[in-house]
Design a protein around this ligand. Structure first.
Ligand SMILES: [Zn+2]
Length: 161
């Protein structure tokens, strides 16, 4: 039997590949952050050649989620996975605690103060504390616009929730 005629031989993609490809999708609002950094990529599974990606939305009504879903499908199709579906899981709900250390570092580099929880918010430029709140809702609903009390620069703060 000629192995070359067997369907799929030589072009089998493993679930690890699909997961790695899905993990490269970035948040359209903060393009330095991947959905893996954000912690919203929950699971990638493969069943009979179809890939099912499970994500947890950051918060309901976030307009970026729709684009993230589209991007997951298109990046996987581009990698050769034709049958891709995206499921959303709301339980447990996403919190900013799911943003990994790499994601927090990238946020600060991008000029956005990462969510701090109980800790003080620090200016991503000069690390001064006690910034002033300029607007509770900044460029997007999940960020607040702050102004540094030391260097005076405005910056976004990714709100803890
Ligand atoms: Zn500052």
């Amino acid at each position: 039997m000629d192995a070359a005629l067997l369907p799929g031989v030589g072009m089998v993609k493993t679930v690890v590949d699909a997961a790695a490809v899905a993990a490269t999708v970035v948040d359209p609002e903060i393009p330095v952050l991947t959905i893996s950094d954000l912690g919203i990529l929950r699971d990638v599974s493969q069943d009979e050649g179809s890939v099912v990606v499970t994500i947890t939305p950051t918060y309901s009504g976030c307009p970026a989620m729709r684009q993230i879903e589209d991007d997951i499908v298109s990046v996987l199709r581009g990698a050769g996975f034709d049958d891709v579906s995206v499921k959303t899981s709301h339980n447990p709900s996403w919190t900013t605690d799911w943003i990994n250390d790499e994601g927090r570092r990238k946020l600060a580099e991008f000029g956005i103060a990462p969510p701090t929880g109980e800790h003080e918010i620090l200016c991503p430029r000069c690390e001064a504390s006690e910034p002033r709140i300029v607007a509770r809702f900044g460029s997007t609903a999940c960020k607040a616009l702050m102004a540094c009390s030391s260097c005076g620069e405005p910056f976004d703060y990714f709100k803890q929730f």
